[in-house]
Design a protein around this ligand. Structure first.
Ligand code: SF4
Ligand code: SF4
Length: 372
């Protein structure tokens, strides 16, 4: 049975030992990084840089603890993420959110280049065929996957599987575009956006939120560039009048996440990836949205495992036992104690991600929780 190590968020004593950074340091010692990584080995610390307005990412101090722990055993860490907006702008977002060489104690690099199209096609599975895995993630021999647990427009729950799948795959491939990239998971290939002119309030929010400028308005008519759009769903999410509909099918989407995660994992030798899930600042939406709403669940802690499915199941079990926070989207939606909070926020069958990942042999949902 897979072991998942846990450190709770509460600090009940006023000393470093009982702080979250202190506990993370002990978790990393406890799991024994030297069993996974070697001296002089390059190790990617995969995180999400956030967006200009989404500040509730994994805090740089935690990335620093991981990079320091890796350096202590002689490994050579660097912090990375795939490009979401233009590469130079994304590096600046990282910097603004506190992630830079000085703060995290390691180089900060883009996993798929300044243009987000430096990637290598890898076999995923029956649904996706092949996907464009970011070349840095494809080539690096070892990785610590730091995942900020939160809600998500499309996946309902976002943790390590989504971080590996959508975060390890580029938004587009140099020749086959978004259809080989992250967008292939969003809508599973083809499909057109539908705009309801009757309902549209011409607020322009969909245009402004689009990272690829795929939406414009001409004479009060929405013009959508289906070749540019990689079907991230942000425009649909921000539209308050439900005027936009993107194609998509939840079950296939959840399964495609598991397939893409498998593709990314397949580029590593067994035992070369560790998964660290941060159940902190659990906001209702993804870190790439233009703003971060207040958390819907109180900070719960940090989980580490070598098993991606086990760490995800443990995270979901903890969320299931949590209480919704007042003055949050959860209370706006009258979600109560005992409810499936992320389930009621997004109405997505997110457990399918784990079921499919287990079927594909990525790990096991049964786990043993160990403290530090
Ligand atoms: S789904 Fe919407 S926001 Fe995302 S790229 Fe397409 S048009 Fe832009
Ligand atoms: S966000 Fe919705 S209401 Fe606003 S312009 Fe776009 S489609 Fe229209």
């Amino acid at each position: 049975m897979a072991k998942v190590y846990f450190a709770p968020a509460r600090a009940k004593k006023w000393n470093y030992h009982d702080s979250m950074p202190g506990k993370l340091e002990r978790l990393l010692q406890g799991i024994g990084l030297m069993h996974y990584f070697s001296p002089d080995e390059w190790v990617a610390i995969k995180t999400h840089f956030g967006s200009e307005g989404a500040h509730r990412i994994i805090r740089p101090v935690f990335l620093r603890k991981i990079s320091d722990a890796l350096k202590k055993i002689g490994a050579k860490p660097f912090v990375t993420d795939t490009v979401r907006i233009k590469g130079l702008d994304y590096l600046e977002v990282a910097n603004q959110n506190g992630i830079n060489h000085l703060s995290v104690g390691a180089p900060v690099v883009l996993a798929d280049g300044l243009y987000g199209n430096d990637n290598i096609m890898v076999r995923a599975g029956e649904i996706l065929g092949e996907v464009a895995v970011a070349s840095v993630i494809h080539d690096v021999p070892a990785m610590v996957v730091c995942s900020h647990v939160k809600g998500h427009i499309n996946s309902g729950y976002a943790g390590a599987l989504k971080n590996m799948a959508m975060g390890g795959v580029s938004s587009a491939h140099r020749t086959c575009g978004w259809k080989c990239g992250r967008g292939s998971m969003h809508t599973i290939g083809e499909g057109e956006m539908v705009w309801d002119a009757e309902k549209c309030e011409l607020c322009n929010q969909c245009r402004d939120v689009c990272p690829l400028d795929a939406i414009t308005f001409r004479d009060d008519e929405l013009v959508w560039d289906g070749d540019v759009c990689w079907r991230c769903g942000r425009c649909e999410r921000v539209c308050q009048s439900e005027s936009l509909t993107l194609p998509g099918e939840d079950k296939r989407f959840m399964h495609s996440l598991a397939e893409a995660a498998k593709a990314v994992m397949s580029t590593f030798e067994p035992g070369k990836i560790l998964y660290v899930n941060f159940l902190t600042e659990i906001q209702p939406e993804c870190d790439c949205m233009p703003a971060a709403d207040v958390p819907v669940i109180q900070d719960l802690g940090i989980l580490i495992s070598e098993d991606i499915v086990a760490v995800e199941q443990a995270s979901i079990d903890m969320l299931a036992a949590a209480e919704p926070l007042p003055q949050s989207l959860a209370s706006d939606k009258q979600i109560r104690k005992g409810d499936n909070i992320l389930g009621k926020l997004h109405h997505k069958p997110y457990l399918l991600q784990l079921e499919e990942a287990e079927k594909l042999g990525l790990g096991a949902r049964k786990y043993e929780l160990a403290g530090i």
